[in-house]
Design a protein around this ligand. Structure first.
Ligand SMILES: [Zn+2]
Length: 576
């Protein structure tokens, strides 16, 4: 029996299904490239039947990422299987992955099918898939709560029908290691033909046992494990790729198995995923958490200084945590920046590098030391693929215990300056209200997160937002040494994304009122003091309900108005 464990990464499918982890096509392709660099064997790119976006994303990944197997998920219906096969038709190594539930609770309540009907559907789907590709995986959803005799029957039948990988998912994270080990052993003993196929497992983490269960299955003969970067996924997530891989690596004495994963790419993959989705890793998360290699207690520090192995079972370098952290300053040139970014894994085009460089100089002016983390944050901004319809020019906001806060925002659109002033419960809320006044594009802030990118008082703050425009959520992110600035830019990033996709948002976009600059009184523009606010807890998390985002009726006569800032180009923005 081979001692090689196949790593099946489902970050882009199961992982992407987790709340707050949605990615657009470009983001999925970028993540897929990194997962490829990580050396996984299979990338499950999506569920093409779920939506047109999913279909296109799977297609794009299949075209761009050529080394690993690219899998697409399908239910056992002919339409699903056909759609999924179409999505991977350009893949160098396509895999069709079809599934149906085998537990009575799913059959009776969800599918309303008999065991025999489900069995027939499984066989038909596998046969159909084999017509498109020789690589077919079948999953018995909720296998761990299925009747073992029936599960054996299904597995035997799909192998007979041509499945080449049989996956045994613990869909609801219910099993425990000893039990799961026995289940895999039972299948391997009882199912005819099982030696011809790869036995796979797919464990969820509802009881925190996903990795332990996966390893128990490996010991019983499973040779593929399904997992995600940072363990993201439905509910409590999937088995975490980095934990599985490092457990197999660190304990290779007790677990004599290998994987094809390049462990030094783990940290970068984890960071990229957090950067794309805004889903931060908990600090104490195994392997990739910020504290995973931090030694706080004096006794521990003393031990590590004398001999690292006293308290470290693996080195930070082995998972790719950069040790040479201090890098560039404001006198560094474009070439040095490009070289450093390439070392960090970011190969930028010339226009991207130009954009990143100008942002780098701005940041370097405000901050003495630029760390790798800073550069990565800046690089992500420079690589934003979305046209900057609105660009932040000037922002002034007040903060403090005296509420409300006010913000004056100047945005640029097609060379024209637009200014608005608004109030809010805090500087961020006031800023967002002012931006809404200008864009007339009303977003509902679903999620707001802020974190410090590097260390020290002059550290950059990175802000992630999820904003709902017309029922569709867009993520935005930006980094700056000023957190209100970063908040504004992150929000604008989401606005610009939404505008970019405005064809799908129908008429929700761009009804700004353009008019000649009126004679505006001196001093700050009047705004309603009880103007719609946002619940705000800076530096933690901010959410706002849609109902709080009402516009102030124009007849109040106290609009959050706009005034000239010395340019002919300035246009009047009104509340509607
Ligand atoms: Zn799952």
């Amino acid at each position: 029996m081979s001692d090689r464990i196949l790593i099946f990464d489902t970050t882009l499918r199961d992982g992407e299904q987790s709340p707050g982890a949605s990615m657009n096509l470009e983001e999925k392709v970028r993540m897929a490239r990194q997962i490829d660099a990580l050396g996984v064997d299979v990338i499950e790119a999506g569920f093409p039947m779920a939506s047109e976006d999913d279909f296109q994303a799977v297609r794009a990944v299949a075209k761009e990422v050529r080394r690993p197997i690219i899998a697409a998920l399908a239910r056992t219906t002919p339409e699903d299987v056909e759609r999924a096969c179409r999505a991977i038709e350009d893949a160098a190594r396509p895999r069709l992955h079809t599934f149906i539930a085998t537990s009575d609770i799913h059959l009776q309540h969800k599918l309303r099918k008999t065991r025999d009907e489900a069995l027939a559907m499984a066989i038909a789907a596998v046969r159909q898939a084999r017509g498109y590709t020789a690589d077919v995986e079948f999953s018995a959803e909720d296998a761990t709560r299925s009747d073992v005799d029936y599960l054996c029957r299904v597995v035997e039948a799909v192998i007979e029908a041509g499945a080449t990988t049989v996956n045994i998912p613990d869909t609801v994270g219910y099993t425990i290691p000893s039990e799961f080990n026995r289940l895999i052993a039972t299948l391997r003993q009882r199912v005819k033909g099982i030696d011809r196929v790869v036995v796979s497992v797919h464990c969820h983490n509802d009881l925190g046992l996903a990795v332990a269960n996966s390893l128990a299955a490996v010991e019983a003969g499973a040779r593929q494990v399904e997992c995600t970067v940072n363990g993201i996924g439905e509910r409590a997530g999937n088995a975490s790729l980095e934990e599985l891989v490092m457990a197999l690596y660190v304990r290779r004495d007790a677990l004599p198995f290998t994987t094809g994963v390049v462990t030094t790419e783990i940290h970068k993959s984890s960071q990229l995923l957090s950067n794309i989705t805004g889903m931060m890793v908990q600090p104490n998360k195994a392997v990739v958490g910020r504290n995973a290699f931090a030694h706080e207690a004096g006794i521990h520090q003393d031990g590590v200084l004398k001999e690292r192995r006293t308290y470290e079972i693996m080195t930070p370098e082995s998972v790719g945590i950069p040790t040479n952290r201090l890098v560039l300053g404001k006198h560094s040139g474009r070439h040095a920046l490009g070289k450093k970014l390439a070392e960090l894994g970011y190969k930028l085009t010339r226009p991207e590098l130009d954009k990143v460089y100008s942002r780098f100089i701005e940041i370097a002016d405000q901050k003495k030391e630029i760390f790798d983390e800073d550069l990565i944050a800046i690089a992500h901004e420079g690589m934003k693929e979305i046209p900057e319809t609105y660009r932040l020019k000037v922002l002034q906001a007040t903060a403090g215990s005296q509420k409300p806060s006010t913000a004056t925002v100047t945005l640029q659109k097609a060379g024209a300056d637009m200014v608005a002033c608004a109030v809010g419960d805090g500087p961020v809320a006031a800023t967002y209200n002012a931006i809404d006044l200008i864009t007339n594009f009303r977003g509902r802030l679903v999620d707001y997160a802020i974190r410090s990118v590097s260390r020290g008082r002059d550290a950059m703050g990175e802000v992630f937002v999820h904003v709902d425009f017309g029922g569709r959520t867009f993520t935005g992110k930006a980094a700056s040494t000023d957190v209100v600035d970063a908040s504004a830019m992150a929000y604008l990033h989401a606005v610009n994304k939404a505008l970019h996709l405005s064809h799908t948002l129908e008429a929700a976009v761009g009804r700004e009122v353009a008019a000649p600059v009126p004679a505006v009184s001196e001093g700050p523009v009047a705004t309603r003091l009880d103007a719609p606010g946002r619940t705000e807890t800076p530096a933690r998390r901010e959410t706002a309900a849609g109902s709080q985002r009402r516009a102030v009726p124009a007849e109040d006569g106290l609009s959050g108005g706009v005034k000239g800032a010395g340019s002919d180009n300035i246009r009047l923005i009104r509340l509607v």
